[in-house]
Structures are given as structure tokens and as C-alpha cells.
Design a protein around this ligand. Sequence first.
Ligand code: SF4
Ligand code: SF4
Length: 254
Amino acid sequence: MKLCQRARASCGACCGLYNRHDLGRAAVRAELTRHTRVLARAPRTPEGFRDAARRLAEEAPPPLFPSIRVCQLVGFLDAEETRVGCLAHPKATGGVDLRACGVYDVDTCESFLCPSHAAIGEREAAIAEAATDFHLYGLVVTDGPWLRAVLDGLGAAAGRTVEPEELRGTQLPGALRRLLATKEELEPGSDGLFGAFRHGQRPPEPGSSPKEAILEALGADARSGNDVDGLERELFARFDACVAALRWARMGGK
Ligand code: SF4
Ligand code: SF4
């Protein structure tokens, strides 16, 4: 299964993309655009990329967690700004590997696999890919237990497993996107935003309903300032709307 770079979606969470005080789509896009523009002008040499990374870091927003590294070499891979990825990778530079100019060594960048690689499968990844964008994809796929809880809950409520093919030509992707975008409502620093670095997950309380299991897995800890009651109301309403869209699609509705 491919998770980091898929045909229509990609992730940069382990490069530190979400380690920031302002997690909004506009702020994340602005930072990725800044990286991309500066690196596009940098010489494709270790000296050129190191100097660019140093200059970018000087102007970068402060990280929320200083212990989690934020790499200045992550940016947009395409002119339309739909794909996040490593601008120092040989496929992005045209041949030379400049990843050692970032915050890790090449071996670490090459070999790191976040826990989602063991937690979710191709079906879940394909559904996430179809219902997200450059900002939401990384928030969703790095929290495998949550994504699985969402899709298991929808399948249980609508009678059978959700399949990627069901997202084509219906209103389901929009409804699922709104449900998954509950991740974007979490306060910066919440447990649910750092699945790429988290190992182990508490199983849902025995007897939890599907909606309760999704809420438990969301990572909306109160100590990060989350309005847990408000998130619960919003999450449950979006879940119900998604179940309705799924049932409608299964009846042949558009
Ligand atoms: S956080 Fe996981 S899915 Fe995202 S780029 Fe890193 S290894 Fe890949
Ligand atoms: S150099 Fe490594 S940490 Fe930096 S953007 Fe590339 S893959 Fe991510």
C-alpha cells in the first residue's frame, strides 16, 4: 500500500507540517508556497539547499513543539499546489539527492514509516485520498485508528463496508470530507494531530456506539483547549449526514 504519495493525494506530516500554532489551511498553504518559491531559486547543490533551508528557517513560524522537527524542504510538488512532498528528493530535484540538507539524514527520510502503515489498508487509504485535499489528507491518514473507526462506524450504520468505488459520482465524497474535516477543528497541539509520531492507541470503551468510538479516537483532549462537547455535536451531525449520503448513494441517488 502507498500512503505517503498517492495518485491524487500526498502527506508531509512527518516532515513537521502540522507542528505549528496556526493549523489553518491558508497558513499551511502560505508556508508551503514560501518553501517552494525559495527552493525553486536555490542552486541544486548541498550548499545551495543548506543556505536556502537556513534562510527559510529564519523566517519560519515558531514550532508548537520544539522537540518535533520542522523541515524547510517540504513544499508543493506541482504548480497547482495540490501535492505536498519533499523538494529535496531526487525525483523533485531532477536527480541529485539533497535531503541531507533538511532536518534528518537521508536514511531517516527514506526509511521512516509512520504507524498508519501498519494500522490501515489500501481500502481506507483510497477512500481518504478521494475525500481530502493537500491539507486534510495528512491529518487523516496519520491517524489510522481514527480513520478506521470512522469507516467502520459508517459501514455499521449503513449496513455494509464502505468501498472506494462508492465515492464516484455521488454526494458521498463531500459528506465524508466534512466528517473527516472534524480533524481541522481540533486545537493546535491536540493528540489527534500527531498520529505520525504516536505509537499505541487506547481501544474504545467496551459497549461504545460507533459514534462514541469515533469521538474517543478523534484525539480531542481537553488539556489542549478543545471544546469537547461542541466537537461531539458537530462530529455526530456530520456522521449522520454522511450515513444519509451513503444510503442515498446506495439507492442510486446522485
Ligand atoms: S506521516 Fe506517514 S503517511 Fe505521512 S509522509 Fe510520513 S510516513 Fe508517509
Ligand atoms: S528532507 Fe526529509 S524531512 Fe525534509 S522534506 Fe524531505 S523527506 Fe521531509
